[in-house]
Design a protein around this ligand. Structure first.
Ligand code: ASP
Length: 318
């Protein structure tokens, strides 16, 4: 699959969905799909990143993203190093750029960065010589999550997602996932709705190519997909909702609210879930309606695809 995707993918970093053209996105999703097929084979190891070093640099906690990049890198043959920021000199006051300079001196080929400040991975990309992948920066973007969400949707609904009605619900204000998903799903022609209390939907959201609703019943009408978001308490200064109980009552997805969506509608959540706050376990754990496990599976394959494309671009293969 070296350069056989037939389109010159030239992006050396993955910082934001907005940097990608439609053909770039198609290339990435094609590669993600290729690695999904590999996932069901007995031997999953490949050597395309053999001799390369991938550093996972996480300044914020992560389970799925960090682990899936680790597995994806190893399956492609890279040496993977997880930088534990807790034990590193970042705690001793070293700045982001000092850390970057130190890491750069070790010549990593790929740096996967999660940081609480929007724009931190983009800043690093200017200072290091390897490829930088944004694994979530503040409330700005989480491009690899959006790509794995699109891959999950294609697995379930088929290649053409045009016209698919998708509701993104809950804490849009603090969600980098929502910002990346909205851009990507718009490129793929989906009909996007945002549903949440006015306090959790940014004032300019109606300019994002979406329709905004404040109640689940009207908002979910005719929706094929209900994407729930975590209530991100750690990013809130002050109270944005009266109480978790009241939030669940109005916006938490349970069977009866799912009934407002189209029959056969599927549920997604990027994780980690606050069960009983934005989603009930009953809905989240029902394989007939939930794509949440499929999202996690797609995560490894999609990240292998991203690593493959960036590495080819850097080596001038594509
Ligand atoms: N895991 C996602 C993120 O890092 C969603 C979340 O934390 O709620 O943004």
């Amino acid at each position: 699959m070296a350069s056989s995707y037939g389109y010159p993918f030239e992006q050396q970093h993955c910082l934001s969905i907005s940097q990608f053209s439609r053909p770039d996105i198609e290339t990435l999703l094609t590669l993600g799909n290729h690695y999904l097929d590999l996932d069901v084979q007995k031997s999953k190891e490949r050597s395309m990143l053999a001799g390369k070093t991938l550093v996972n640099l996480f300044f914020e906690n992560s389970t799925r993203t960090e682990k899936s990049f680790e597995i994806a890198g190893r399956r492609l043959g890279a040496d993977v190093i997880n930088m534990s920021v807790v034990g590193s000199s970042v705690k001793k006051g070293e700045t982001l750029l000092d850390t970057a300079a130190t890491l750069n001196a070790m010549n990593p080929d790929i740096l996967v960065v999660r940081h609480g400040a929007s724009g931190a991975p983009a800043l690093l990309a200017q200072k290091v010589s390897g490829s930088v992948i944004n694994a979530g920066d503040g409330v700005h973007e989480h491009p690899t999550q959006a790509l794995l969400d699109a891959l999950t949707l294609r697995r379930h609904f088929g290649e053409d997602l045009g016209g698919l009605r998708i509701a993104i619900c809950g804490d849009i204000k603090h969600s980098r996932v929502a910002r990346s998903d909205i851009q990507l799903l718009n490129v793929l022609g989906c009909d996007i709705r945002l549903i949440g209390p006015p306090t959790l939907i940014p004032a300019d959201a109606d300019k994002w190519g979406v329709d905004v609703f404040h109640d689940m019943e009207t908002g979910l009408e005719g929706c094929d997909v209900v994407m729930m978001l975590r209530l991100q308490m750690e990013r809130m200064s002050g109270a944005f909702v009266p109480s978790k109980r009241e939030y669940f009552h109005f916006y938490g997805l349970d069977r009866s609210k799912l009934g407002f969506a189209k029959q056969g509608a599927m549920v997604m959540h990027p994780g980690p879930m606050n069960r009983g706050v934005e989603i009930s376990s009953d809905v989240a754990d029902d394989p007939k309606v939930s794509l949440i496990t499929s999202q996690v599976e797609s995560g490894v394959a999609m990240r292998m695809g991203i690593l493959h494309a960036l590495s080819d671009a850097r080596d001038g293969v594509a």
